[in-house]
Design a protein around this ligand. Structure first.
Ligand code: ZN
Length: 274
């Protein structure tokens, strides 16, 4: 493979260059090589497309990880990418592979006409680039919490664990009355453990007047020995960030009645590429 390949000059070339919404922050050392404001993006190969059609690889996040590494060589480990960059990267790969527009079908809620809207995906990339991840959460006069976005690996881990618990909850119908309460208690316990774990992962440090604490065990003890307001504050902050980093709904105008409405774009990869 070290030999010169005469076909090399015909290899795929970058199709577009993007900026990363994270501005290159929150990457581990060596996780991003090159300039975050000028990242080359290649189209998917045939291999990439096959991975994207493998249900197990989609569920585990492995498909997205591999395709990002294949199409965006600046990124060395797809699982270590901060989650706030994931949608932008997937959009850029979609644009590089299939072009700039995404067709979305929608029945008009006013006149019931069927419309197909062409949504320019660069508009959504621009949206992400205009956002800033707010990582400072003041708790009171003395305490400030510093948070960070989850990595793609962590994001997947928490969604899968959460999904499993929700599924367990949905299956309770089949369980006898006396067993049910036991299982419900257990699920709630697991959900709350998962939440504390998510908080601990998201919290980088806690600053108090004379020091900055990064030790997770110390932060854990503080979290579970605080009033519920602290929990609510952290939760709200994480949710606010999550909302900002969701794909915004798009304004469209019905071709029949000319009324305006909104369409949601889901970046669920299986639908996106399917
Ligand atoms: Zn209409």
């Amino acid at each position: 493979m070290n030999q010169y390949n005469p076909l090399q000059k015909y290899y795929r070339q970058p199709k577009l260059y993007i900026s990363l919404p994270s501005k290159g922050l929150y990457y581990a050392q060596g996780g991003l090589t090159g300039d975050w404001s000028n990242v080359p993006v290649f189209a998917m190969t045939g291999m990439d497309e096959i991975i994207y059609k493998t249900p197990d690889a989609l569920y585990s996040g492995e498909a997205t990880k591999q395709v990002i590494e294949s199409c965006i060589p600046y990124i060395k480990d797809g699982f270590a990418v901060p989650s706030i960059d994931i949608d932008a990267l997937v959009l850029a790969i979609r644009i590089a592979t299939f072009g700039e527009n995404l067709n979305v079908d929608k029945i008009c809620e006013h006149c019931e006409a069927e419309n197909t809207y062409e949504i320019p995906l660069t508009r959504i990339l621009d949206y992400f680039n205009a956002q800033k991840y707010d990582n400072i959460l003041p708790i009171n006069d003395e305490i400030t919490v510093k948070i960070r976005p989850l990595t793609y690996f962590e994001l997947n881990h928490y969604s899968i664990e959460n999904f499993k618990l929700q599924k367990k909850m949905a299956q309770l119908e089949q369980v006898s009355e006396e067993e049910r309460q036991k299982i419900v208690d257990e699920i709630y316990k697991n959900l709350s453990d998962l939440q504390v774990d998510l908080f601990l992962t998201s919290i980088e440090s806690v600053r108090i007047p004379d020091s900055e604490i990064t030790d997770k065990a110390i932060i854990h003890d503080w979290l579970i020995n605080s009033d519920r307001e602290l929990f609510a504050q952290v939760k709200t902050k994480l949710e606010q960030n999550r909302d900002v980093w969701n794909v915004p709904s798009q304004n469209v105008q019905c071709g029949s009645c000319q009324q305006h409405s909104k369409v949601e774009i889901t970046l669920d990869q299986s639908i996106f590429f399917g």
